[in-house]
Design a protein around this ligand. Structure first.
Ligand code: NZQ
Ligand code: ZN
Length: 387
């Protein structure tokens, strides 16, 4: 049976070619804006100049240098700048990292009584935040229309989520013209990240959530079809438009309404990124095939549904169908140039296993995945399979 749920999403999505030009319609009339961005891609592809022109006559200050997998120490510099200048609106221009970083800044500026890292590490409730608008430059994380952010701390070696309704962007501009400058690696990463967001909310166990399942399957099918087209031809605007909406819909709360979710691939993947700086999506591509083969019996019914409806696999026993679907998914990732084995990275396997288990223990995690079907001891088996 479908669980009780509440679906809330206040983000205004502004989609289409050249929609950046309309930025001023969505910014508050009188605002002191903190304009934040990453490590320079927007300067190279012209988006920076476009935004500067649009901000002419407005009160704003800039903060640049938010890194991929945004780091607390860097973000605190933006927090101090924002506080000193009494900013009251944040404009984030970038991919998931810049938007996540901006979400942390938005919560941290008003949190003056203690170290804002505690909002992340101790899951403190966010009471107040500075409103945030975004211009998305990389379809991948869904951060543009959700309440989550993932922040890293170099000192503690943590990469952790910050979640609150106060973090939904007020608006997000999805201007497809920004896609043209994306390197193939980032396009592939985005497709894989969105794909795994869907499977984490879909490949659990059946509860007769017919529409949620079909929403999930439609996103997966569209990502396979249109993602491949976009990967082959970055100029394919139709494919880009479809991929962009898929990535947003994959993690904006709709497909998780009332259904069990897993998130174990992300939990382990985040640790690989924290340890070795593996790109987020690439960490997921390593873990997914290993974890699903390890838990094939527990997830069998949904894996078979995934096999039949998404990969159109009709022959064989249930186990065979499920295994073929896992293999097809792995091959799809590989077709996008994404490695799926840990051994393809320069990684010490035993150290990795030990470190991840210790991290989970230190956070009081014993079991995870839907219904706690994965114990922290299973990490060893999963990582051996992934190697
Ligand atoms: O630093 P800049 O200049 O912005 O360059 C970026 C970066 O080098 C570049 N890029 C972005 N748009 C571009 C572009 N280059 C050329 N043209 C463009 N139009 O791409 C590189 C990667 O950017 P990044 O923002 O790091 O990628 P992504 O969007 O994949 O975000 C990854 C981060 O999001 C977190 C991940 O853990 C990771 O830290 N996630 C956030 C989630 C959320 N908030 O809901 C959920 C996800 O599962 C994920 O964990
Ligand atoms: Zn992700």
């Amino acid at each position: 049976m479908i669980n009780n749920y509440e679906l809330y999403n206040p983000t205004r999505l502004i989609f289409g070619e050249n929609r950046i030009e309309e930025l001023n319609q969505y910014l508050p009339e009188k605002a002191r804006i903190l304009f934040v961005y990453g490590q320079g891609s927007i300067k190279r592809n012209g988006i920076y100049n476009k935004v500067l022109n649009l901000l002419k006559g407005r009160e704003f200050i800039e903060f640049s240098g938010i890194e991929p997998n945004p780091v607390y120490e860097t973000l605190m510099k933006a927090v101090n700048l924002g506080r000193e200048n009494h900013i009251d609106f944040i404009l984030a221009v970038g991919g998931g990292s810049v938007i996540d970083g901006a979400k942390f800044i938005s919560a941290a500026i008003p949190f003056v009584d203690d170290d804002p890292w505690k909002l992340v590490s101790d899951h403190l409730e966010i009471i107040d935040s500075i409103p945030l608008g975004t211009i998305l430059t990389l379809p991948a994380t869904g951060s543009e229309m959700n309440r989550g952010a993932v922040i890293s701390n170099k000192v503690t070696g943590d990469k952790l989520a910050l979640i609150s309704e106060k973090l939904f962007p007020v608006f997000s501009i999805l201007d497809i013209s920004v896609l043209k400058s994306l390197p193939k690696r980032q396009i592939a990463n985005g497709i894989v990240d969105a794909f795994v967001h869907v499977t984490e909310q879909y490949i659990t166990y059946p509860i007769e959530a017919k529409l949620q399942d079909r929403f999930a399957e439609s996103i997966l099918l569209t990502l396979i079809e249109e993602g491949s087209k976009l990967y082959d031809n970055i100029e394919d605007i139709e494919a880009g438009s479809n991929v962009m909406f898929c990535a947003t819909m994959a993690l904006n709360g709709v497909i998780s309404s009332g259904v069990p979710t897993d998130w174990s691939i992300h939990m382990i993947g985040h640790e690989l990124t924290a340890l070795y700086n593996v790109d987020h999506a690439r960490s997921l591509a390593i873990i997914l095939p290993a974890l699903y083969s390890f838990k094939i019996n527990e997830k069998l019914q949904k894996l078979v549904q995934f096999a039949e409806r998404v990969w159109k696999i009709t022959k064989g026993s249930d186990i065979e169908k499920a295994s073929t679907a896992i293999k097809s998914t792995e091959n799809f990732f590989k077709s996008l140039g994404i490695p799926t084995k840990l051994s393809e990275y320069d990684i010490d396997l035993d150290y990795t296993i030990k470190s991840i288990i210790e991290k989970f223990e230190s956070r009081g995690i014993e079991y995870f995945g839907e219904n706690g079907i994965i114990s922290i001891k299973d990490i060893e088996d999963i990582l051996h399979r992934a190697n």
